[in-house]
Design a protein around this ligand. Structure first.
Ligand SMILES: C[S@@+](CC[C@H](N)C(=O)[O-])C[C@H]1O[C@@H](n2cnc3c(N)ncnc32)[C@H](O)[C@@H]1O
Length: 202
């Protein structure tokens, strides 16, 4: 099975228990730095790539996101998306799709965000370039992903987590952002075992 099919299979199965409260308590802390980057007082468009069961989008709804922002969520797994649809307002546009071929025109979004998913992408530079392509000039590309700060743990994840491709350290993430042509790159530790990397489109 290729990585895309492995991931689809893995997350279709996990969708049943993904919203388990203790796990989501951890995830809310994990996603927090991305949430802080969003200015809900400005008009714009936001895309949550690999939105899963829509927990990050639900947090945005608590911050009155629909007042100014048009919101989109995309994911590979129909079952994850079904869970998201059941909990989110009909104002959120949910789509099935692959980060490597986003079904949007160039320069569409003010924010392109991915949380807890980048290590599952089969071609990480291509995925990031797609995120940059659909982002407007000066828009923000934000990735929050796992980072255990110890390469043996990353090695174990890459061997044993189904669908895992590569867990990057901070330096590797920064290099990918530079290769994708992003500017004003910032990195911030997120809760215990995650790092946010943010860059603006030139
Ligand atoms: C661990 S979940 C994270 C969900 C959500 N972002 C969160 O923070 O809870 C990873 C998600 O990535 C999605 N995914 C994996 N590979 C993908 C791809 N190539 N394109 C789009 N989504 C993908 C999976 O279907 C899954 O819903």
């Amino acid at each position: 099975m290729n990585k895309k099919d492995q991931n689809k299979h893995f997350f279709e199965k996990w969708s049943k228990t993904y919203d388990w409260a203790p796990f989501q308590f951890w995830m809310r802390h994990f996603q927090l730095p991305a949430l802080i980057e969003i200015d809900v007082s400005q008009k714009g468009k936001l895309l949550d790539i690999s939105c899963g069961t829509g927990e990050f989008l639900k947090q945005l709804e608590h911050n009155d996101v629909h007042r100014n922002l048009q919101v989109y969520g995309l994911d590979l797994s129909p079952k994850m998306l079904k869970k998201a649809k059941n909990k989110l307002s009909s104002k959120v546009n949910l789509l099935e799709g692959d980060v490597h071929q986003l079904p949007f025109k160039n320069n569409t979004f003010d924010y392109a965000i991915s949380t807890e998913a980048f290590h599952h992408y089969g071609n990480q530079l291509q995925a990031l370039q797609e995120m940059v392509r659909v982002t407007k000039k000066d828009g923000k590309v934000i990735i929050v992903d796992i980072n255990f700060f110890l390469w043996p743990i990353h090695w174990l994840f890459e061997r044993f987590e189904p669908g895992c491709v590569k867990v990057n350290n901070k330096k590797e993430m920064k290099i990918l952002f530079e290769q994708a042509g992003l500017r004003e790159i910032r990195q911030e530790r997120s809760f215990l075992f995650a790092v946010m990397t943010m860059g603006k489109k030139k």
